[in-house]
Design a protein around this ligand. Structure first.
Ligand code: ATP
Ligand code: MG
Length: 408
């Protein structure tokens, strides 16, 4: 992409209300635009980051045999009434709206009820199971406080996966596969070393559910970890009874803040029973389907990755997430000509800063936007028959012979 062609403008100052690093830098660098508290637009660079996160998740889930769908965002109250969750007492973050023709609709806060209800049309026999269905979708939640940039929104993007099984063993097996896949996803997103599978209360039939928590100063959650971080618990489960249950009583635990980037639940019959999602087993008997659900906060993850790696100059994207790999700057007539040559055929990899502004401004924006590598071609580098390649993460610079630029 040529910078001169984008409508993005970088800002020298962050808006006053963007107090968290992610919101401040993502706004200044032109990745997001705030519509109102907790509601953001994703601009061209931001959308590319979102798409990269989705691609990584999609690749890892498809390996497990998961199938992608897109459920509707307008929701029929009926299945929710059958589980009791359409009431504001049960779910207190509903956005609801009224039909012109009469009646109430919900704006999707999550999808357990609709997907369970939908699959009644497709699951009838044990031969139809297991089944793993996921989507990337906008969720709406009337959160009391939207805060920390895109970490907590009233409209946000979630990946939600639901699994359907004939037995508890099969559910357990798939649950373990998802745990592994989540590990790979967070590693590819660059936050593997700081993201921990955390014991959480609120297991519905299993004793615990699990959250994936990324240690982060602005994270809203509090987690506790032991010396080698082999056991991490969230605040609600952190008590003597749980510690002895997990065999870690007496160990020293430290407290830190973290952001929940995903969570997984064994639901068993919680939704399939009230919604009567059944199948006929080998012995021709009717049985209730076992279920699990597995969420990842896609837009929150973008904020977490931004927050985690940003330095005082701006964003620093891990390579798999970055909207482009290279930030290209040509200085002087010959530098620009060589930069043009490099750019051609790499439009999808390179953000070419061909604006008519001072090099210093380009370098500052390169740091702010945070692509993994900056390439500078100028009279000075050309005198050595080379281009300069600067690593945004380490700050290390190396000269690359022009003849070798093509290999990048
Ligand atoms: P939280 O405790 O942070 O409110 P939750 O328990 O409501 O999360 P789920 O309903 O299971 O979470 O949603 C799945 C994932 O979606 C969460 O793990 C989180 O990463 C993300 N998420 C939840 N609420 C929001 C929000 N308001 N804004 C952005 N992401 C969110
Ligand atoms: Mg919530």
């Amino acid at each position: 992409m040529r910078f001169s062609k984008t409508f993005i403008k970088t800002l020298r100052e962050a808006p006053k209300d963007e107090t968290a690093k992610n919101g401040a830098f993502l706004t200044r660098a032109g990745y997001i635009h705030k519509e109102m508290a907790g509601v953001y637009d994703y601009l061209p660079l931001g959308l590319r980051v979102i798409e990269n996160i989705k691609r990584i998740i999609r690749e890892e889930l498809n390996k497990l045999g998961c199938e992608e769908v897109q459920m509707s965002a307008l929701q029929n109250p009926e299945p929710w009434e059958m589980t009791g969750r359409f009431s504001d007492q049960e779910v207190d973050i509903w956005f609801k709206t009224e039909l012109a023709s009469g009646g109430v609709l919900g704006l999707a806060p999550t999808h357990e009820e609709p997907i369970t209800s939908m699959l009644k049309s497709y699951i009838s026999s044990y031969r139809d199971l297991p089944l793993y269905v996921y989507q990337f979708q906008t969720k709406f939640r009337n959160e009391l406080r939207a805060k920390s940039g895109i970490l907590r929104g009233r409209e946000f993007l979630m990946k939600d996966l639901y699994s359907f099984h004939t037995s508890e063993e099969d559910l357990d097996k798939f649950y373990a596969e998802v745990e592994q896949a989540y590990g790979r996803i967070f590693a590819r997103l660059g936050i593997g070393d700081d993201t921990f599978e955390t014991f959480a209360s609120g297991g519905i039939f299993a004793r615990y559910s699990h959250e994936f928590q990324t240690i982060l100063p602005v994270g809203e959650d509090t987690v506790y970890y032991n010396a080698d971080k082999s056991t991490v618990l969230n605040k609600e489960v952190f008590n003597d009874e749980v510690l002895s249950d997990l065999g870690v009583k007496g160990q020293k635990f430290e407290e830190t803040t973290a952001a929940e980037v995903g969570n997984i639940f064994k639901l068993k019959f919680k939704y399939s029973e009230p919604l009567e999602l059944k199948y006929i087993d080998e012995k021709n008997k009717q049985q209730t389907v076992y279920m699990g659900c597995y969420g990842i906060g896609v837009s929150r993850l973008m904020g977490v990755v931004a927050e985690k790696f940003a330095d005082e100059k701006g964003l620093v994207w891990p390579e798999e997430v970055a909207p482009y790999k290279y930030y290209l700057v040509g200085i002087g007539e010959n530098g620009v000509a060589e930069a043009e040559k490099f750019y051609r055929g790499r439009e999808d990899q390179v953000l070419f800063d061909n604006r008519n502004v001072r090099p210093g401004e380009k370098f500052a924006d390169a740091d702010l936007i945070g692509l993994p590598y900056r390439i500078i071609i100028s009279d000075k580098t050309l005198a050595n028959g080379a281009a300069e390649l600067v690593d945004r993460f380490s700050g290390e610079s190396q000269m690359i012979e022009l003849a070798n630029l093509n290999k990048l």
